[in-house]
Design a protein around this ligand. Structure first.
Ligand code: CO
Length: 361
C-alpha cells in the first residue's frame, strides 16, 4: 500500500482540490458550461475583466501587469458521445465526439444527458453468443449502443433523451499515492494548472500582462482556439495540455513519448506545430535553472490548440507545457501529481520571464 499524500503545492495552492473539482465536471464539446462555471468560481475574484465569446471560450484578464502580453490556454472539453438514433426498443445509437477507441468503450458505464442525467452502459453482446469471428473483430463506435434500461423509444424519450443528447463518462476521481485516475484529465489537468498559475501570479506586481483563456471544442479539431488570438492579441501563448505517456507494458522505450513521474513535458513537435527551437532551448534552460523536472517530447501525431494559435496574425510565439497522462481518451486516465506540479512551476517561470522567451526566438 502506498501512502496517501495531501497535496498542498505551489505556495499553498490546493492543486489536487482544483483538479478533482474540474475533472468531475461534465464538458462534452460545445457544452462546456459546467467546467466553465467551476473555473469562474476560482478565477472571478482575481480577474479585472472577464468574458465568454459566442463559441463559449472563457477569458480572464488577471489583475494588472506590464510588458508583453501572455496568454495561457487550456481546453475545457472532453471526448464524449452523442445520441444519433433512439430505436424502437429504447436503445441509443451513438456517434463519437473526438477520438474514441471502441475497445475501451465496450462495457463502460456512461451518463446520458436527458432532461436530467441518466445512468446507462455501453452494451456488449455476451461472449456466449458470439461467433469465433466476432470474438476477433473490433466494432466501430457507430456499431455500439447505450442501454439506459428503457424498453421502448417512448420510455427513453420520457427520460428527456433524444437525438442530439450528449453521452459522457461518469465522474470517477480516485487518488492512489501520487497518482490520480479519472475521466477527463485531458485537459482538466491543464485547466487546473492554469487556475493555479493565474492565482499564484495574481498578486505579483512584477509580471507581464496576463490573460487566462479556456477553450471549447479542442477535441473536434481545435475549433474554439481558432478565434481566441483575435480577442486577446498576445505576444506569447502558453498552452497547458495533457499528453501521451505510453510507458506501459508492450511499448518499447522509443515509443513512450513521455513517462509518468519524469516531469513536465516540453513539446518540441507534434503534427500541428513545430516549436521554435530557440524557445525549446530557452524552456530547457529555464527548467534547469529552477530545478524543475522536465522531459522533451517529439510526436509525429496528435496536436493541441497551439496548432491553431501559432499560425495567426504575424505568427504568435507559442509553447506547449504538458502533463504526461496514460490512457488518453479513455474513461480512466492516469497522471502523476508531481508532473502536474512541475507544469505549474514551469508555467509560472515562463510567465515571469516572458521577455526572455521573446528574446530567445
Ligand atoms: Co487535450
Amino acid at each position: 500500500m502506498r501512502r496517501h499524500v495531501t497535496y498542498v503545492v505551489v505556495e499553498g495552492q490546493e492543486l489536487l482540490g482544483t483538479l478533482k473539482a474540474l475533472a468531475s465536471a461534465y464538458g462534452p464539446p460545445a457544452w462546456e458550461k459546467d467546467v466553465a462555471s467551476r473555473i469562474e468560481e476560482a478565477l472571478a475574484p482575481i480577474s479585472s475583466e472577464r468574458w465568454r465569446d459566442n463559441l463559449g471560450n472563457l477569458f480572464f484578464r488577471i489583475g494588472r501587469g506590464r510588458g508583453p502580453r501572455v496568454m495561457l490556454v487550456a481546453h475545457m472539453d472532453e471526448v464524449a458521445m452523442i445520441v444519433r438514433h433512439v430505436d424502437e426498443s429504447g436503445f441509443l445509437h451513438i456517434a463519437p465526439l473526438g477520438g474514441l477507441d471502441p475497445r475501451v468503450l465496450i462495457g463502460q458505464r456512461v451518463v446520458v444527458h436527458g432532461s436530467s442525467p441518466v445512468d446507462g452502459c455501453i452494451g456488449v453482446k455476451p461472449p456466449h453468443v458470439m461467433t469465433p469471428e466476432e470474438m476477433k473483430t473490433v466494432p466501430n463506435v457507430k456499431d455500439l449502443y447505450v442501454d439506459v434500461g428503457a424498453s421502448s423509444r417512448a420510455e427513453a424519450e420520457a427520460m428527456g433523451i433524444r437525438v442530439g443528447s450528449y453521452v459522457t463518462f461518469p465522474p470517477n476521481f480516485h487518488l492512489s499515492g501520487n497518482r490520480v485516475i479519472s475521466k477527463a484529465l485531458d485537459d482538466r489537468a491543464g485547466c487546473a494548472a492554469e487556475v493555479a498559475i493565474a492565482r499564484e501570479l495574481a498578486s505579483s506586481s512584477e509580471r507581464p500582462e496576463l490573460y487566462a483563456v479556456f477553450t471549447v471544442q479542442e477535441e473536434l479539431g481545435l475549433r474554439g482556439a481558432s478565434v481566441v488570438v483575435e480577442q486577446v492579441d498576445p505576444d506569447l501563448a502558453v498552452v497547458l495540455e495533457c499528453t501521451v505517456a505510453a510507458d506501459v507494458p508492450g511499448v518499447p522505450p522509443q515509443d513512450h513519448v513521455t513517462r509518468l513521474g519524469a516531469g513536465a513535458a516540453i513539446r518540441a513537435m507534434d503534427s500541428t506545430m513545430l516549436t521554435n527551437p530557440g524557445l525549446v532551448r530557452w524552456l530547457i534552460g529555464l527548467a534547469e535553472s529552477r530545478g524543475i523536472p522536465y522531459q522533451v517530447q517529439v510526436m509525429t501525431g496528435g496536436g493541441t490548440d497551439a496548432g491553431r494559435i501559432h499560425l495567426q496574425r504575424r505568427g504568435i510565439p507559442t509553447v506547449v507545457l504538458a502533463t504526461p497522462c496514460r490512457y488518453l481518451h479513455s474513461p480512466n486516465l492516469m497522471l502523476d501529481l508531481r508532473d502536474l506540479e512541475a507544469v505549474v512551476r514551469l508555467g509560472i517561470a515562463v510567465v515571469l520571464d516572458a521577455e526572455g522567451a521573446l528574446r530567445a526566438l
